[in-house]
Design a protein around this ligand. Structure first.
Ligand SMILES: [Mn+2]
Length: 224
């Protein structure tokens, strides 16, 4: 993460301190994450510290892993105090039933990705990968992870929406996804399909107050 983006993200984390009851991080916070037993990637300490301070202030932080950080293990749980979700989850806030997921693999057409994820998440494969020295293993996995970045528009955007509409029919009040980088807030009656966008170019976040959803863009406050 480059410094301007780190500053933008940490200023956001600071702004919700003592205000937000919950923060959901819906995956791919980092381009890449892999945990060894005694080593972690050299990632921005400022972001980790920002999350720590948020947890200490009383905000419950729930971290859903994405396709770039699916190897999250115990570090964020033990050191930061986040609640970690490796799978989509159903949660209730303000009497609203929400379906939350990063989104990768939910489109009907993503069979290949679902298969690769199984291999990546296999405990034995993870054990073997940990035998590679971090100075080799981390850049290698980062390279593979970088190659998986969609060039241009995600081809499954229509299918993610179809998946979401089915969930809404099944009784959810809102479906909240990430992954596609395209912010969406679609309302039909009292039901919502939301995509959180990203913090690469959009800097969007969703705010739930009582029963209303607001998809907002975070601008760094002018300190002069
Ligand atoms: Mn993703």
């Amino acid at each position: 993460m480059e410094s301007a983006k780190i500053a933008r993200l940490t200023s956001f984390l600071k702004s919700i301190k003592e205000k937000a009851d919950y923060l959901y991080v819906v995956g791919d916070l980092y381009d890449f994450w892999f945990e060894y037993r005694k080593a972690i990637p050299k990632i921005s300490l400022k972001v980790v510290a920002g999350l720590c301070q948020l947890v200490e202030s009383g905000t419950v932080v729930r971290y859903f892993t994405g396709n770039h950080d699916l190897w999250q293990d115990k570090y964020f749980v033990e050191e930061v105090g986040v609640e970690l979700y490796h799978e989509p989850a159903s949660v209730v806030h303000n009497d609203l039933k929400l379906f939350v997921a990063h989104g990768d693999g939910l489109a009907a057409g993503e069979r290949k990705l679902r298969f690769i994820k199984k291999i990546f998440k296999n405990r034995q494969n993870i054990f073997l990968y940990r035998l590679i020295h971090p100075d080799i293993g981390i850049p290698l996995a980062r390279y593979v992870s970088g190659r998986s970045k969609a060039k241009g528009k995600n081809p499954y955007i229509v299918q993610y929406r179809e998946f979401a509409l089915k969930k809404l029919e099944d009784g959810f009040d809102a479906v909240i996804l990430g992954h596609s980088h395209e912010p969406v807030l679609e309302c039909s009656g009292s039901k919502y399909y939301i995509n959180l966008g990203d913090w690469v170019t959009c800097f969007t976040y969703l705010q739930l107050t009582e029963k209303s959803f607001n998809l907002k863009t975070w601008e760094v406050p002018d300190e002069t």
